[in-house]
Design a protein around this ligand. Sequence first.
Ligand code: GRF
Length: 199
Amino acid sequence: MRLGVLVSGSGSNLQALIEQVHGRAATIAGVCSSNPEAFALERARRAGIDAAVFALAAHGGGSERRDAAMADWLDERGVELVVCAGFLGVLTTGFLERFPARVINLHPSLLPAFPGAHAIEDAYAAGVAETGVTVHLVDEVLDGGPVVAQTRVPVNYDESPEGLRSRIHAAEHRLLPAVVESVARGALDLDDIARKART
Ligand code: GRF
């Protein structure tokens, strides 16, 4: 299975995919970054993976045009599954229609709890006993879409939010590659998850 990975930042989850999935169950055919400064681009370069920047500013600020160009670029590389790994922003309907039930996102909470950009801090501040990590199908709602898989992470209030953050990231680096591998091997059926969510 050919993967496209969408990033905006450090790319530690891209690195986990490179180390655990790339060249095994699946091939990362391309990496798209919304941010020209993302360290994820350097990780792709070191792994010899095609990468390109799709910044909104370069597309007249329009996400429709940016997303259409990004979908074309991914199509040209035969991408069958799009993985958002720290990609900031909401993908347009036009983009999602190009890859029906084939765009997944990673989020650092047990969705639907704590959507948004500060999920780890929000969970810590709320005093919950556990939080976690979610992989979900992407729809037009930020951090919405049917859940594909989750991992629970207990919150320890003797520990700083930074400690929680590092345990959440460690859980992400296990869950995302495991989900991608299961989809690539046919053990996890994204169409079935999308169908069940519609009924
Ligand atoms: C991860 O915590 C992911 O859940 C969130 O953004 C972060 C990306 O980290 N959507 P990295 O760029 O993969 O290191």
